[in-house]
Write a protein that binds this ligand. Sequence first.
Ligand code: ATP
Ligand code: MG
Length: 703
Amino acid sequence: MVMTARTPADILAALDPEQRQAAQAVSGPVCILAGAGTGKTRTITARAAYAVATGAVAPGALLAVTFTARAAGEMRTRLRALGVSGVQARTFHAAALKQLTYFWPRVIGGAPPRLVDNTFGLVANAASRARLRPGTSEIRDLLSELEWAASTLVGPEDYPQAAASAGRLGPYDAAVVAQVYGAYVDLKRSQDLADWSDLLLLTAGALEDHAGVAEEFRARYRSFVVDEYQDVTPLQQRLLDAWLGGRADLCVVGDPHQTIYSFTGATPSYLLGFARRFPDATHVRLVRDYRSTPQVVTLANNVITKASSPHARLQLLAQQPPGPEPAFREHLDEPAEADAVALRCGELIDAGTPASEIAVLYRINAQSTAYEQALTNAGVPYLVRGGTRFFDRTEVREAILLLRGAARAVDGDAPAALPELVADVLRSGLSWSQAPPAGAGAVRERWESLAALHRLAGDLASAAPEAGLRELVVELEERSAAQHAPSVDGVTLASLHAAKGLEWDAVFLVGLVDGTLPLVHADTPAAVEEERRLLYVGVTRARTYLSLSWATSRSPGGRGSRRPSRFLDGLHAAAGQPAAGSARSPGAGRRSRSGPVPCRICGTVLTAAVDRKLGRCAGCPVDRDEALFEALRAWRAERAKALRQPAFCVFTDATLIAIAEQRPGSVAELVAIPGIGTAKLERFGDEVLALVGAGDTVQNSPD
Ligand code: ATP
Ligand code: MG
């Protein structure tokens, strides 16, 4: 990929005066304490680029740590765009793994302990050694307790007291949990295993106890940056201190209002105590929110002002032009809520918002199923975040093996373009086809993974037209080492926790009922406050469209006894919406076409999103013009190719089917089809009407 290094002046020009001050303080200590969307991540990326461009720090001497592999990948991409390569951007875990693998053979000898990624079985084993017979949920709770203890540097003997002072409520009496913890530690030791926490501790230990290791490490790494510092654990801080070894070249950025990992042992106290630890630090406050519309920013400020101890100086000042008011929607049941969200996603996509710029965010992962189903029914592509890591998925590993084999087999000039070659390999080796499967769940996920690899080949081919399978395999290996999953062109389904640091044009916060947000288990005031911050994180992910919704019953025909989240109290009025409880709108999101939609064949009122889009019941007999449908598909493929967008960005399958069935003869009939908004009408209306053979055109239609 061609990189053009930016000059220091170019780099600074993209920042505001406060951001620039932080970027120019290249030798730390620097602390940026600022609210969501104010450009913290942008600033530290620019600071790294500026430090390299001015020669203040060599790229290889800079280590940037962030919270998730996706955030680290994002930082690498942004650095690349600024013309910088060689700066390491990793998670604490990935950085520790790399360092330990390097130092262990020289310090201790042999291979480091084997890393256990999933410790569920090990904890179950430890519990049975402590004569317990826990069920799955007790094992999960034990696992959380053990992780919390390790993250807060608490050993088995100290667990009962530490758990009592932290108000932890484990699945068993603290003395019993301590026993399981002791058995767990023994098991790992006897089998020479390490979990992720051990990995951090062993790396810190290697630096603390071995002068040679410390010396070599410190000669190599001189400058450290930590994003999302409000959620650092004592264990991560210990590793960071070992990296620093008394030096002060550290830049941290964070937002105490976005502390959402306290339950795992993370704490904002290091961020808030930075000035005490480094009295000569440069402090920067950012208040201008560059991400969201004033409407979203007002709501975010209102959510956090109600916190028990809000930081008044972190109030956000909107910089973007105005947009739509956030929508508050109440639904009768969860499937209706999911259908309405899926319908709205389809409308946004039809109106020109890329699917990858839309997110549906929920409190717990179990909530995703209803949305996977509804989006599948509506023909909207999606991806679920937080499942198995991309490069650990079986189908991805198989595909990489096949591609590697194919790369070896191709000699000299490849017979076809890279994306076609990749499609062939995936088709013949893994029975993959370019058309998505109809169902949801595992089949769909497998297809999405392979589609992502195919798309990556397309991206690589457009960035470097001469790239072949070999270059693709190298790119995949680099990404795999960094756990840098390819971005997928679909609506993101993610938990609020996983959405941290990210942003989308449109965000749907769903399932906002009391008991889910705050979660029913949040039984202390501190736990409830953390749940409120989760809502703040959710709200501040949206650039333009924000929808907050809930259902009064779980299933159709339920008692309707659920209440909207208490955090929404008083916010509807503030956002110019009806009060909670009065906004019943089962067909939410259909601005100009609200109200019941009857089936055009049998007249029954339609409830499912996909049925409403088609304008008929799924089971009603139809008279589809197959030739027109094929002509529309061919036209869409051509348009999508010219626009370099996936086909569904032009029109979804459901919209094409609706056009082929309803054969609109006028502009009015065309816009009556759900999914055809003003933008789509202007761009494609005439072409579609011409294909249908209508006399009307968008140009000569009355306003
Ligand atoms: P969070 O707290 O959610 O992690 P953040 O403070 O890290 O947010 P960024 O993600 O860095 O914020 O920035 C938010 C958005 O605003 C990004 O799209 C970024 O490119 C844009 N942005 C930040 N600073 C500026 C600026 N000075 N001019 C224009 N756009 C900016
Ligand atoms: Mg950020």
